[in-house]
Design a protein around this ligand. Structure first.
Ligand code: ASP
Ligand code: MG
Length: 410
């Protein structure tokens, strides 16, 4: 008997009709002879609504209480789904993350899974039941408080459950057909990828491709869990995320991200220790810095630019304003109207010239590049936000092969 873990995202359980249709898909998988564990997200944008409510009653919601509140979202969808499955005549029960034995560290709002005690889930599976687990949540065994795993964390729950139970398949059901060579809302002829490697998927997720939570991909890679990302609206196969993908195009896809803001500290004296203090202060405030560029110094001073999530823009700016006089720097400014566009593909390791092609394609359109950063399989450029869609379309046209590599017919 195969064991499958199926995860359904917020849109897939967005209303009563959707929940009933998920119920029949789940019951279908069980009727095919599988043991089935289902992980659910909160309905629709319910998590956002709960965060909104918290912000209405408190300027800084207490992290423990915010997690208490947010975990309620998944409790609602898991119990509703269990009711719908019941009505179809199958044996089922729902469990919170804590009941399912998902143990985490203590960092509220972004807890990491440290261990899964799978015995309770296994027991119910062995009794022939479908088990539904609330996504995005766990419990810190020391404080016994519930925790959440960060936005999009139900993906991490699903992957961790699949690893702990040694599942045969981990299916991530979502409202898109899979992973595309670019966001199909921006590039109408973007192509659905049949397979993508963990390595490429990690870079795509880190660069703004929102289909999978980045940490869940790390987890999948670490534990060798192959993921099938597919639509909950039809039966067509989606994208497999696994160790190495068969199609070896040089470029796998173009990602873009408009969620960041850029800060520049000008006229910083070029002395050892300055960057350490700047980024140390930002880290102490819990601000996640992404791209960093320091200019070549001229006459003993330099500029340091970096990007942060837009939500952290004000806090980062305040820290820089405090440090400018201490550093005897020139000043600081923040630009929230930026976007990051990235070209991703492991094939660029062995194919020189991708960067040149990317910069030329942007240059030909007079799209100015503010910052550049690279990894061995990614090149990212920061540009102004209002040119981002044009940039993605241009780069897709220039760098992504139109069709799948076609096999020769004999
Ligand atoms: N409901 C949570 C969120 O919106 C977790 C998830 O959807 O995966 O972030
Ligand atoms: Mg999600």
């Amino acid at each position: 008997m195969a064991l499958v873990v199926q995860k359904y995202g917020g849109t897939s359980v967005g209303d009563a009709d959707r929940i009933r249709s998920v119920a029949s898909r789940v019951v279908g998988a069980a009727a095919d002879g599988n043991q089935v564990v289902v992980v659910v997200s909160a309905m629709g944008s319910f998590t956002d609504e709960l965060i909104g409510l918290a912000q209405q009653v408190s300027s800084h919601p207490a992290p423990r209480e915010l997690d208490m509140l947010l975990t309620a979202g998944e409790r609602i969808s898991m119990s509703l789904l269990a009711m719908a499955i019941h009505d179809l005549g199958a044996e089922v029960l729902s469990l919170t993350g804590s009941q399912a034995g998902i143990l985490t560290d203590s960092s509220h709002g972004e807890a990491r899974i440290t261990r899964i005690r799978g015995d309770r889930v296994r027991e119910h599976l062995d009794q022939g039941k479908i088990v539904i687990v609330a996504g995005f949540q766990g419990v810190d065994p020391d404080s016994r408080d519930v925790t959440t795993l960060g936005r999009g964390g139900s993906d991490a729950t699903a992957v961790a459950m699949a690893a702990a139970l040694d599942a045969d398949a981990c299916e991530i059901f979502t409202d898109v057909d899979g992973v595309y060579t670019a966001d199909p809302r921006v590039v109408p002829d973007a192509r659905l990828l049949k397979e993508v490697s963990y390595e490429d998927m990690l870079e795509l997720a880190a660069s703004g491709t929102g289909v999978l939570m980045m940490r869940s991909v790390e987890f999948a890679r670490r534990f060798g869990v192959a993921l099938h990302v597919r639509s909950s609206f039809h039966e067509q196969p989606g994208t497999w995320v696994k160790e190495s993908a068969m199609e070896e195009a040089i470029i796998t896809g173009i990602a873009h991200d408009v969620s960041e803001s850029k800060l520049t500290v000008h006229g910083v004296p070029d002395q050892p220790g300055v960057a350490a203090r700047l980024f140390g202060n930002l880290a102490d405030a819990g601000i996640n810095v992404d791209m960093i560029v320091q200019n070549v110094s001229m006459e003993g001073v330099t500029d340091i630019s970096f990007t942060v999530p837009k939500n952290d823009n004000a806090a980062a700016l305040a820290i820089c304003e405090r440090l400018v006089p201490e550093f005897r720097a020139g000043g600081v400014d923040a630009d929230p109207n930026i976007a990051r566009v990235s070209v991703v593909g492991a094939g660029m390791r062995s194919n020189p010239g991708i960067a040149a092609t990317m910069f030329r394609a942007l240059g030909d359109r007079a799209i100015n590049i503010h910052m550049i950063s690279t990894s061995s399989i990614r090149i990212s450029c920061v540009i102004t936000a209002d040119r981002v869609e044009e940039a993605v379309r241009t780069l897709h046209e220039e760098l992504v092969p139109l069709d799948e590599p076609v096999e020769e017919h004999a």
